[in-house]
Design a binder for this molecule. Structure first.
Ligand SMILES: Cc1cc2nc3c(=O)[nH]c(=O)nc-3n(C[C@H](O)[C@H](O)[C@H](O)COP(=O)(O)OP(=O)(O)OC[C@H]3O[C@@H](n4cnc5c(N)ncnc54)[C@H](O)[C@@H]3O)c2cc1C
Length: 292
């Protein structure tokens, strides 16, 4: 029996499941071996190494200390401090190295105002020309994420920020309008979360068509953007129509495509997660690999 996407998704946020797997003799090692293709390692230094390797191949990246759904203000504080340090460290790294963050890791659920202040501090600590790309989370957090990004962009930091638009969500065309007005970088994705049908289009053709429409709409503006997809048909259809627009992929998924894209002069960026929360991240990628 195959394990389906929604079950894997539920397991991805189950601390008990993670503890159980890691407690099985050699369970942690086996899980890490399978997860390692998707994560740079557990330390920031691992991500820095991956960033340098990618840069040497003409590929940019966005480094994420992966984590989410933090409910302890002290943890959120620590994460914000880590990100501020990372932002400063980018000065010693190639210009195509950016950051990525999920705002619930920065304490969005605990204190949205403090989260916005922290995001602004991190954005300010970035060397000029770099960005921090804000991930899109589940539908329940979409309003809070949008509010936070617009707030921080309104503080004169739009050119240091990125937002993520999920093509599958029915609300996204409206959100994209507001993000385009704000002028933040847009990363267009299909959407990773399993959402109810009244809020989201099904995976497959309806989401793919929404992706195409949004890509054309965004490309008709002057706002910087990237198509974040591993779907070769969608990607090539859009590259043929729009020219060499930036493509983003995640570490460990279809890496063979990257060389072909850079050889064709197409700007490429890879999302590079690291950190102690690799198990949860790996379960999410596994869920995605089940497709629709
Ligand atoms: C840079 C980047 C950032 C992202 N940020 C977010 C975000 O903030 N919020 C969010 O909801 N989603 C995010 N996503 C995930 C996105 O929403 C999709 O769930 C994910 O990219 C899979 O969709 P796809 O467009 O690659 O197309 P699919 O049709 O799902 O995949 C196309 C092909 O790629 C391969 N593939 C895709 N995923 C995997 C995998 N995990 N393992 C192995 N092979 C795979 C398969 O061969 C598959 O047939 C991000 C994706 C990228 C690339």
């Amino acid at each position: 029996m195959s394990i389906d996407r929604s079950l894997l998704f539920r397991l991805a946020t189950s601390t008990r499941f993670e503890r159980t797997v890691k407690a099985v003799p050699r369970g942690q090692d086996a899980a890490w071996r399978a997860a390692a293709r998707y994560v740079a390692g557990t330390e920031a230094g691992d991500a820095v190494r991956a960033a340098r390797e990618l840069h040497a191949r003409g590929i940019g990246c966005s480094v994420d200390q992966f984590g989410e759904q933090v409910h302890d203000p002290a943890v959120a504080r620590r994460v914000a401090d880590d990100y501020r340090r990372l932002a400063g460290d980018l000065a010693g790294l190639p210009e195509d190295v950016w950051l990525s963050v999920d705002l619930s890791h920065l304490g969005l659920d605990v204190d949205p105002a403090a989260c916005a202040d922290d995001l602004a501090v991190i954005a300010q600590a970035l060397p000029p020309g770099r960005r921090i790309q804000v991930g899109a989370e589940d539908h329940a957090r979409a309003d809070a994420v949008l509010t936070c990004v617009l707030d921080v962009a309104g503080r004169g930091l739009a050119d240091r920020l990125g937002a993520t638009a999920q093509a599958n969500l029915r609300r996204t065309p409206d959100d994209v309008g507001r993000l385009l007005d704000a002028g933040v970088h847009l990363r267009l994705v299909k959407g990773a979360y399993v959402e109810p049908p009244d809020l989201a289009l099904p995976f497959g053709e309806p989401t793919d068509i929404a992706f195409l429409r949004l890509a054309h709409r965004i490309a008709a503006t002057n706002v910087p953007f990237a198509l974040a997809t591993h779907d070769g048909v969608l990607r090539e259809a859009l590259l043929a129509a729009l020219g060499p627009v930036p493509i983003e992929q995640v570490l460990g998924v279809r890496p063979e495509v990257l060389h072909d894209l850079t050889a064709r002069g197409i700007p490429v960026r890879v999302y590079v997660p690291f950190g102690e929360n690799w198990f949860r991240y790996w379960m999410r990628r596994l869920a995605e690999s089940r497709g629709r």
